[in-house]
Design a protein around this ligand. Structure first.
Ligand code: CMC
Length: 423
């Protein structure tokens, strides 16, 4: 047994901890019982050095820029599979055969209708309310409609719930968008594939023909797929933390949605486009690069940097290629791309960014494609939510099956006042 020895120089206490091998990537030191054996906790600001759970869903090698879903490289999945096949893979651990796929895909279509009562919720929100606020409230409300029916101990029932929330998320996101735009709410069309149906719900009107091209469907499908899971990021860790309390699974997903909203996480896709628009022209790029490098200025280049990737984000590579392929077919905004390309060119060669391993991430490219699909930037993060829902649910399922799972209850280093009497 490989061990790791920790010595407390103050108390003289010394203890050995088991090193657990991983199938890929770094092994982990199992520090169970650390405080009672050595008399101290670990302090890991931002949890960057801590494995909070065991998982077999996604593997990331940040130095190599590698991302695997259930062992399959993201680039290969993006070339050969669709989003619904990837959802099945993430939930079940294996790709579906044709019978399994047909059953799963059909079930997702059928479950795309939310309870009729959910529709009335949208009326309560102001038109200009942020779509993430509305979407998170709608998913929270959904848990009220599906509460008494859920026996979380039953695997098949839990999987049924997983299919239900994956299927309903695009409908709730489309309701959110339509409310935001002042359009009448429209129902899903069960004759359409998941991603086509979502575009249909964004674009359709009670009269007239809805134009949706295969190229657009494939582009958005890839975006969903690239967002499907990303191991223990801030939102997934939040989902697991809430899941660990035994709360309703939708409540855990809502917590994930709210964590994703922040601009350091999923909210970055909206901020990237806002920032490119603010920069406005290629000749202004140098000035903003200077600001990004200035430690006195809080300005950051949105879509750059990642806690885990210290190399190109492999999802960004797939999206950059997709964006360039789509340039002529779906009319990508060439002014914004020129600015983005200039930022990328400077940053990849500038000592500040090179030294800190700051590369473009997925959000640097997704916005320009979503914009070309006619989607408003305030909807970019809800689109991330649609793609990521399967990942969150897969983590809840994995957590539920882990007999060693415990309620999340970390400790702190207390730096407040010592005990004193009230005067
Ligand atoms: N622009 C300028 N400087 C940056 C940037 C940036 N985008 N990102 C990091 N830095 C600098 C930072 O100032 C620090 O410099 P110094 O060492 O001199 O203090 C150094 O790089 C390390 O930064 P950090 O904040 O300690 O790194 P982190 O791992 O805690 O943060 C991050 C990762 C993604 C929050 C951060 O890079 C960032 O804010 N990026 C912009 C927002 C963004 O694009 N987020 C999307 C992430 S990918 C999608 C997702 O998974 O959600």
């Amino acid at each position: 047994m490989a061990t790791f020895t920790i010595m407390n120089n103050m108390s003289g206490q010394k203890s050995e901890f088991e090193i657990l091998e991983s199938t890929l990537g770094a092994p982990v030191v199992d520090i169970s019982g650390l405080r009672s054996r050595v008399g101290a906790y670990t302090y890991d600001n931002g949890l960057g050095e801590t494995a909070t759970c065991q998982s077999s869903i996604t593997f990331i090698d940040g130095a190599k820029g590698e991302l695997l879903y259930r062992g399959y490289p993201i680039e290969e999945l993006a070339n050969k599979k669709n989003y619904i096949e990837v959802c099945y893979l993430i939930l079940h651990g294996e790709l579906p055969d044709s019978k399994e796929y047909n059953r799963f895909e059909r079930d997702i279509r059928v479950k795309s209708y939310p309870h009729e009562g959910i529709k009335y919720l949208f009326r309560a929100f102001p038109d200009n309310g942020h779509p993430m606020a509305i979407l998170s409230s709608a998913v929270s409300a959904l848990s009220a409609f599906h509460h008494q029916h859920l026996n979380v101990k039953d695997d098949e029932e839990f999987m049924e719930m997983a299919r239900r929330i994956i299927a309903k998320m695009p409908t709730l996101a489309a309701f959110t968008y339509r409310h935001f735009m002042g359009y009448p709410l429209i129902y899903p069309d069960m004759e359409r594939y998941f991603t086509e149906n979502f575009l249909y719900m964004l674009r359709a009107f009670p009269t007239g023909k809805t134009e949706i091209s295969d190229v657009e469907v494939r582009a958005l499908d890839k975006i969903f797929m690239l967002h499907a899971d990303h191991e223990q990021n801030a939102s997934t860790t939040t989902v697991r933390a809430v899941g660990s309390t035994g709360a309703h699974p939708y409540a855990a997903v809502v917590a994930g949605i709210n964590a994703l909203w922040g601009r350091a996480h999923g909210g970055a896709n909206e901020s990237v486009i806002a920032q490119l628009e603010m920069i406005g022209s290629v000749d202004k790029v140098d000035e903003f690069i200077r600001r990004a490098k200035n430690p006195e200025d809080s300005f950051r280049l949105m879509g750059f940097g990642h806690r885990v990737y210290k190399n190109f984000d492999p999802r960004a590579k797939v999206l950059k290629k997709l964006r360039d392929e789509l340039r002529d077919t779906i009319g990508i905004n060439s002014r914004l791309i020129e600015i983005a390309d200039r930022i990328e060119q400077i940053a990849l060669n500038d000592e500040y960014f090179v030294k800190r391993n700051l590369y473009p991430n997925i959000d640097f490219y997704s916005g320009t494609i979503l914009e070309a699909l006619g989607i408003r930037k305030k909807m970019f993060t809800p689109i991330f939510v649609i793609g990521r829902t399967v990942g969150w649910i897969a983590h809840l399922i994995e957590q539920k099956k882990d007999s060693k799972q415990k309620i999340y209850r970390p400790r702190q280093r207390y730096i407040g006042k010592t005990r004193r009497s009230v005067p």
